[in-house]
Design a protein around this ligand. Structure first.
Ligand SMILES: Cc1cc2nc3c(=O)[nH]c(=O)nc-3n(C[C@H](O)[C@H](O)[C@H](O)COP(=O)(O)OP(=O)(O)OC[C@H]3O[C@@H](n4cnc5c(N)ncnc54)[C@H](O)[C@@H]3O)c2cc1C
Length: 247
């Protein structure tokens, strides 16, 4: 049975784009109708495959932005010279077909439970963390949750209205490229001092989920371990190369 389930997850299937919605000037959420979808856990990702008329194909991974039980959604940030993300954010329309396989991943997932959780995002690394926050909200989990979200400027914040609307999750933004006069929140890169200043309601170290560009994730994970987080409690998801350590 397990073998069948694994093969099922890794089989490519064609879904239909049910809608697209711009989140910021460079990011777009794509909602998918997937008849053969087996369900997913909060934090998992899927693969997208684009195939040109001459048969050339390109595959990329995208975190699932929706909670378990919700229709599958991904949120893609456009990389200007990229092969796949400009198509997904500029060309793809509602009604188009898209080839995907998944869900993938069994490590960077949050299934619930009462223990405290720290979410740390750099840029589009907020996508799977949004799925975790939504899952917590939908299931009424009592887990204390803090999101620390590093972003260049305020207009770059993805899902801002939703994130600001969670009544009992703590959401903190740190702006790395601007400091608006009216801004009372954090500024600058996520570092050990910033992480160490986050107070939690219990003595217990939270489980941390860190996601974003590879240099960002590595710097944050090192800081958390230096602060005394057990390494096994620091879960990481790396989105790929970039010279910007703050998403
Ligand atoms: C598990 C996983 C989950 C991911 N989830 C998401 C997600 O939810 N949303 C999302 O937008 N992306 C996500 N990514 C990144 C995504 O898979 C692609 O790498 C990204 O969309 C760029 O693809 P591209 O074809 O447009 O660029 P490419 O043609 O692959 O690259 C073009 C140029 O951009 C650089 N580059 C590649 N990736 C990045 C990046 N992430 N940031 C900055 N520069 C980059 C390359 O080095 C190259 O110079 C995820 C990656 C992984 C591994």
């Amino acid at each position: 049975m397990e073998g069948t389930a694994v093969r099922g997850r890794l089989t490519w299937q064609t879904g239909k784009v049910s809608s697209v919605a711009d989140e910021t000037p460079t990011t777009r959420t794509i909602m998918l109708d997937l008849a053969g979808w087996a369900g997913h856990r909060a934090g998992q990702h899927l693969d997208v495959r684009l195939t040109a008329e001459d048969g050339y194909s390109a595959e990329r991974s995208y975190s699932i932005a929706s909670a378990p039980g919700e229709p599958v959604a991904i949120t893609v940030q456009r990389i200007e010279d990229g092969e796949v993300s400009p198509y997904l954010t500029e060309e793809l329309r509602a009604g188009d077909e898209l080839e995907v396989r998944g869900p993938i991943g069994g490590y960077f997932v949050w299934d619930g439970g009462p223990s405290p959780v720290l979410l740390v995002a750099g840029g589009s690394g907020v996508v799977p963390l949004r799925a975790i926050l939504r899952h917590r909200e939908r299931t009424g989990s009592p887990a204390p949750m803090t999101l620390l979200y590093s972003v260049r400027t305020l207009p770059d914040v993805i899902y801002r209205a939703e994130l600001d609307g969670y009544p009992d999750a703590r959401v903190l933004y740190t702006l790395t490229r601007e400091h608006p006069a009216e801004w009372a929140g954090l500024t600058g890169r996520v570092d050990q001092a910033m992480l160490g200043s986050l107070a939690f309601p219990s003595e217990q170290r939270p489980t941390a989920f860190v996601c974003g560009p590879t240099p960002f994730v590595e710097a944050v994970a090192e800081s958390l371990v230096a602060l005394g987080y057990p390494a096994r409690q620091v879960k990481t998801e790396r989105f790929g190369p970039t010279g910007d350590a703050n998403g």
